[in-house]
Design a protein around this ligand. Structure first.
Ligand code: FDA
Length: 436
C-alpha cells in the first residue's frame, strides 16, 4: 500500500509550480501533508520558457535555481526547499505509469500506488519527433529537441562542440525561431527549413513574418521555405547532412527540431472526455470526472472572451492562470469560484526584439508602425497589427511596446473595443488604442 494525499498534482512543470503557490496562499490554515506533486523530471518545477532564451546564452546563461517557478510572474522563487518548508511532498524522477480514475489511484515507475481525493493533471506536452512525421535521426548525437532541462543541456553541449559550424533548424515556429536566435548568438550558422510560406504561420501575418525573416537574415540566418527535410544522413552516430524533399543537401554539424508538440493525454484516454487533442474541462477546469482537474498545455477549456469556444493553449501564461483557477475551484467545493475568464496571451523574445500578442488573430489584420526592415531600421522597432472581427478588436500584436502600451492593447482586446471604421484604425494605428 502506498501513500495517500488529499490533493495530487500529476506533472511538475509550470502549471504545477503555480498551482502549489496558489494552494499555499489559499490554505491559510496550513496544509502540510495534504499536497503531493509527482514529476518525471529530476528537478522542482521551473519556468520552461527560459530554456530557449536565457539558458542558451553564450555568456551569463540562466541556470537553476534562478528560474524555478514562480519567478516568471515576478512572484516567489519556489526552490525544492520551499516545498519542504510548506509540507508539500515533491516526488521527483518518478513517472506515473497508469491512473485508475474510478479508484482514485496512480501507479508510479517506482512501483508505488498513490491515492488521491482530488487530482490536478498538469502533464503538459511533449515535442513531436521526426519519426512521427516520417523522418529519421532523433537518436543521433547531434540532433536536439527542446522541452526540458535534459534537452537544453544536450543542446548547449552540441552547440559548444561545433563553434562556427552549420546548424539546420527544422521548423519555423516558436522553438525553431527562438533556437535559431540562440544559435546565432553562439556563433553558429543557421538554416531554417519549414514547409509553410512564412515563419510563425499560426500567428504572424505575412507582413509581420517578413519583418522577422528579414531581421534574422541580417543576422546571417538563411530561410528555406515551402519544403521539408525528408531525411538525415548519419555517419558514426552523427548527422552530417540534411536532405530536403527537393533533393537539396544541407551540411549539418547539428540539427534542432521544433516541429510542434503533442499534449500528454495517454494516461487518460478512454477515461476522461477529450477535445482539441487535450483533456476537456469546464469553466472551473474540472474534467468529466468530478475529482479530476486539468490545467496548462494539456487542458482544453472554454474561453469566455471567444464566446465559450474551447481552446487548448500551449503558452506559459495560460498554464499559470489555469493552474491557479483549478486550485481555487478545487479548494472551494461550494462552487462559488467564478468561471475562468481568460485573455489569451503569448510572447516571445529574440535578439533585441520582444513582442506580445493578446486575444485571437481572427478577422481582418490592420497593421501599424514601421514593418519594413532595413539596415537603417531602429534597433528597437515598434510595429504591430490589430485584428478586427465583427466591428470589434479581437486581437492585437505589438513588437517593442512599453508596459503601458501592452496594458492598453490587452485592455482593448478584453473590452472588444468597437472599430466603426477600419480606415480610421489604419490611419491612427497604435494611437487608436493608446491615447495620450
Ligand atoms: P509543462 O510541460 O511545463 O510540465 C509538464 C510536466 O509534467 C513536466 O514536468 C513533465 O515531465 C511532467 N509529466 C508529464 N507526464 C508525466 C507522467 N506520466 N508522470 C510524471 N510526470 C509527467 N510559452 C510562452 O507563452 N512564451 C514563450 O516564450 C514560451 N517559450 C517556451 C520555450 C520552450 C523551450 C518550451 C518547451 C515552451 C515554451 N513555452 C512558451 C510554452 C510553455 O513553456 C508551456 O506552455 C508551459 O510549460 C506549460 O506548462 P504545463 O505545466 O502545462 O506543462
Amino acid at each position: 500500500m502506498g501513500r495517500a494525499f488529499a490533493y495530487v498534482i500529476l506533472g511538475g512543470g509550470v502549471a504545477a509550480g503555480y498551482a502549489a503557490l496558489e494552494f499555499v496562499r489559499l490554505r491559510t490554515d496550513g496544509a502540510a501533508g495534504e499536497l503531493c506533486i509527482i514529476s518525471d523530471e529530476a528537478v522542482a518545477p521551473y519556468e520552461r520558457p527560459a530554456l530557449s532564451k536565457g539558458y542558451l546564452f553564450p555568456e551569463g546563461a540562466a541556470r537553476l535555481p534562478a528560474f524555478h517557478t514562480c519567478v516568471g510572474a515576478n512572484d516567489q522563487l519556489l526552490t525544492a526547499d520551499w516545498y519542504k518548508e510548506h509540507g508539500i511532498e515533491l516526488i521527483l524522477g518518478t513517472k506515473v505509469t497508469s491512473v485508475d480514475v474510478r479508484g482514485k489511484t496512480l501507479d508510479t515507475s517506482t512501483g508505488e500506488t498513490i491515492s488521491y481525493a482530488t487530482l490536478i493533471v498538469a502533464t503538459g506536452a511533449q515535442a513531436l519527433k521526426l519519426e512521427e512525421i516520417g523522418g529519421n535521426g532523433s537518436d543521433a548525437e547531434n540532433v536536439c529537441y527542446l522541452r526540458n532541462i535534459e534537452d537544453a543541456d544536450k543542446l548547449v553541449r552540441v552547440m559548444r562542440s561545433c563553434p562556427g559550424g552549420d546548424a539546420v533548424v527544422i521548423g519555423g515556429g516558436y522553438i525553431g525561431m527562438e533556437c535559431a536566435a540562440a544559435l546565432v548568438a553562439n556563433n553558429i550558422k543557421v538554416t531554417i527549413v519549414f514547409p509553410g510560406k512564412h515563419c510563425m504561420e499560426n500567428l504572424f501575418t505575412p507582413k509581420i513574418a517578413e519583418f522577422y525573416e528579414n531581421y534574422y537574415a541580417s543576422k546571417g540566418v538563411t530561410f528555406i521555405k515551402g519544403t521539408v527535410v525528408s531525411s538525415l544522413e548519419i555517419s558514426s552516430g552523427k548527422v552530417t547532412t540534411a536532405i530536403l524533399r527537393d533533393g537539396r543537401r544541407l551540411p549539418a554539424d547539428m540539427v534542432v527540431v521544433g516541429i510542434g508538440a503533442r499534449a500528454n493525454t495517454e494516461l487518460f484516454q478512454g477515461k476522461l472526455a477529450m477535445e482539441k487533442r487535450g483533456i476537456k474541462v469546464n469553466e472551473q477546469m474540472r474534467t468529466s470526472d468530478a475529482s479530476v482537474y486539468a490545467v496548462g498545455d494539456v487542458a482544453a477549456f472554454p474561453v469566455k472572451l471567444l464566446g465559450g469556444e474551447v481552446r487548448r493553449l500551449e503558452h506559459v501564461d495560460c498554464a499559470r492562470r489555469t493552474a491557479r483557477h483549478a486550485v481555487a475551484a478545487a479548494l472551494d467545493p461550494s462552487g462559488a469560484t467564478g468561471d475562468i475568464d481568460y485573455l489569451p496571451f503569448f510572447y516571445s523574445r529574440v535578439f533585441a526584439l520582444s513582442w506580445r500578442f493578446y486575444g485571437d488573430n481572427a478577422g481582418e489584420a490592420v497593421h501599424f508602425g514601421d514593418l519594413g526592415f532595413s539596415a537603417s531600421s531602429p534597433s528597437t522597432p515598434k510595429f504591430g497589427a490589430i485584428w478586427v472581427s465583427a466591428g470589434r478588436i479581437a486581437g492585437a500584436f505589438l513588437e517593442g511596446g512599453s508596459p503601458e502600451e501592452y496594458e492598453a492593447i490587452a485592455h482593448a482586446v478584453r473590452r472588444g473595443t468597437a472599430v466603426p471604421d477600419v480606415a480610421v484604425l489604419a490611419r491612427q494605428g497604435l494611437a487608436f488604442i493608446v491615447r495620450e
